[in-house]
Design a protein. Structure first.
Length: 247
């Protein structure tokens, strides 16, 4: 019987706004997130790069919901545990860069993927609302199965953590908090291909920068976090609508 292709739930407005603000196509950001989730990094705490941000976004969510482990590894538990122990040995090998360790672990990760019996990721294609497809990579699927989370659930969590208004509000109040998803999003800006902007978009960008800077100053005396977030949301929503109108 053919497995039904899963679909991605609705995309949060704040995530749409963040992608539009930096001219990042939503499918590209989501695919990059999937591609940078690393099974190796889920077993190691040594790296500090884009793979770590993507992987920790999923791990932190899994810890927060405390769900029972998935069933994908039960029948082949012993060989899988053996491969995992070998990956951990690689992770603690001194004088090797994280990229090298990740590469050395890849054949072991592939073996684990090959012998598991997926229940959450039987279909490795995820369809978005507009019909575009996301391809679920091996490492991403392994973490879905290990932590008993569907791909849709993981991606929904990632998108829910992306909010430029909340970031601005936190910075203004000097609220220091770890947000691995936002860390990943900002790292994507360094690797994603920049889309060409027409004159109308460039003009709008300059106007928006002036407006957001004025808002920073105006909100300086407001110490209520919710009020700050609301004001930033208002200006970003207006900017988003303007971008849509000229795109």
């Amino acid at each position: 019987m053919k497995t039904k292709t899963p679909t991605l739930p609705s995309i949060p407005l704040d995530f749409k706004i963040a992608c539009a603000t930096y001219q990042l196509p939503i499918p590209e950001v989501l695919q990059l997130f999937i591609d940078h989730v690393s099974f190796y990094d889920s077993l190691s705490q040594k790296s500090d790069d884009i793979y770590r941000c993507a992987t920790n976004t999923l791990l932190n969510y899994s810890l927060s919901i405390r769900r029972e482990s998935g069933s994908a590894f039960i029948k082949r538990r012993e060989p899988i545990l053996r491969y995992i122990r070998n990956i951990i040995k690689i992770s603690v090998t001194p004088d090797l860069a994280p990229t090298r360790k990740r590469k050395m672990s890849a054949p072991l990760v592939k073996k684990i993927y090959g012998i598991m019996e997926p229940s959450r990721t039987q279909n490795t294609t995820l369809v978005m609302e507009d019909g575009k497809e996301l391809q679920l990579k091996m490492d991403f699927c392994l973490l879905c199965e290990l932590h008993n989370c569907s791909p849709e659930e993981y991606l929904q969590h990632f998108m829910s953590q992306i909010s430029l208004p909340i970031v601005h509000a936190n910075v203004g109040l000097k609220r220091i908090g770890e947000n691995q998803a936002m860390g990943f999003f900002y790292k994507v800006l360094n690797i994603s291909k920049e889309l060409p902007s027409n004159n109308a978009i460039r003009t709008l960008q300059v106007q928006f920068i002036d407006q957001i800077q004025e808002l920073h100053l105006w909100l300086f005396i407001i110490r209520d976090h919710k009020k700050r977030v609301k004001k930033y949301q208002e200006i970003y929503c207006k900017y988003y609508q303007q971008l849509l109108a000229i795109s």
